[in-house]
Write a protein that binds this ligand. Sequence first.
Ligand SMILES: Cc1cc2nc3c(=O)[nH]c(=O)nc-3n(C[C@H](O)[C@H](O)[C@H](O)COP(=O)(O)OP(=O)(O)OC[C@H]3O[C@@H](n4cnc5c(N)ncnc54)[C@H](O)[C@@H]3O)c2cc1C
Length: 368
Amino acid sequence: MDVIVLGGGLMGTASALFLARRGVRVTLIERRRIGAGATVASFGNIRRSGRHLSQLPLAARSLAIWNEAERLLERDVEFRATGHLRLIFDEDGLEDMKGYAEAARPLGLTLEELTPGDLRQRFAGLGPDAIGASFSPNDGSANPRLIAPAFADAAARAGAQIVDQCPVQTIRHSAAGFALDTGKGVYEAEVLLNCAGAWGDAIAAEFGEPVPMESRGPQMAVTEPIAHRILPVVGVWARPHGAYLRQVERGNVVFGGAVERVHVAREPGFAHADPARLPEQVAAVLRMVPALRDVAVIRQWSGCEGYVADNLPVISASGTTPGLFHAFGFCGHGFQLGPGVGDAMAELIATGRCETPLEDFSITRFAA
Ligand SMILES: Cc1cc2nc3c(=O)[nH]c(=O)nc-3n(C[C@H](O)[C@H](O)[C@H](O)COP(=O)(O)OP(=O)(O)OC[C@H]3O[C@@H](n4cnc5c(N)ncnc54)[C@H](O)[C@@H]3O)c2cc1C
């Protein structure tokens, strides 16, 4: 079987590796540099708490791969299972956390529920006025700049052809199945996997499968480096957008959330952070870690991500076209899922079935 993977972000590169490991002939085509879409812009959170419950089996499959990433990719992608601490500042947050913890437990995610006393004892300096917190000890973070190139290099070692700086211009049906006209010639294959991120809905629409999706950019920033004191990733149980932060081993504190995501024009798809929103983010961050008061913010950025109207990704076979598969529209939470998505898509394409439930993510949910 020949497969073309369209899109060289985390989803495409992980799919390419797992397809190649199953003995499938794979060509991955990326219009820019590998990983230069939403993936490189990510905060790097490997978080399960608060995730839509239907995603937890896939998130568990993914976490198992993150735990093996260094061996699998033959490189340190800075995955660290430091734990994910989620602070609670009000009664709504407490109610959300308790309801979620109960519903997630049978699905394999156990959250430790911390009182203010536990929090002060175990995580001094984090959320001093919080009324509680949840802690998910096996979650953590990884480096978004390293992950897609690491998957692409591993896929190439496993036999995949990786073609970057190669925009796919048109897609036609051919005797082989699909023919893609690109900046570097025509590529043909029996199977096409659409991993085009925020641009994936345009490809689906070409096959008569419109998806209600818009492009938006979460707003991120980073501080100057300071002594390394914050071990877990820290978030907030808040509606609608809680802030989140983590300190990288070099000492910089990366943060995001707390504000509306910026609108991004799909072409060229470069997202710009809005400096006017920074003070609101900083206020939310200081409530989480007051000791950051005098630390300088040195850079802001954003990235172009596809948000589907029901806030769930599209991960499925096409409903209209045999041989076509989709994995796009990850709504700002695809970083954790990426390795699991690649593994699941490879299983689905190579065997026609997937042991992880994916029904809620089928593109056919929009067919009506
Ligand atoms: C600022 C930001 C912070 C985030 N933080 C987190 C987080 O902390 N945790 C989390 O779980 N998720 C997070 N996410 C979401 C996560 O990064 C994404 O869901 C994930 O990276 C999506 O991967 P992807 O491969 O689907 O998309 P992308 O990385 O965007 O890859 C799609 C690729 O397709 C290529 N492409 C598109 N059209 C064509 C074409 N015609 N020809 C060739 N190539 C094409 C694009 O160039 C692009 O490289 C964040 C996202 C952003 C933007």
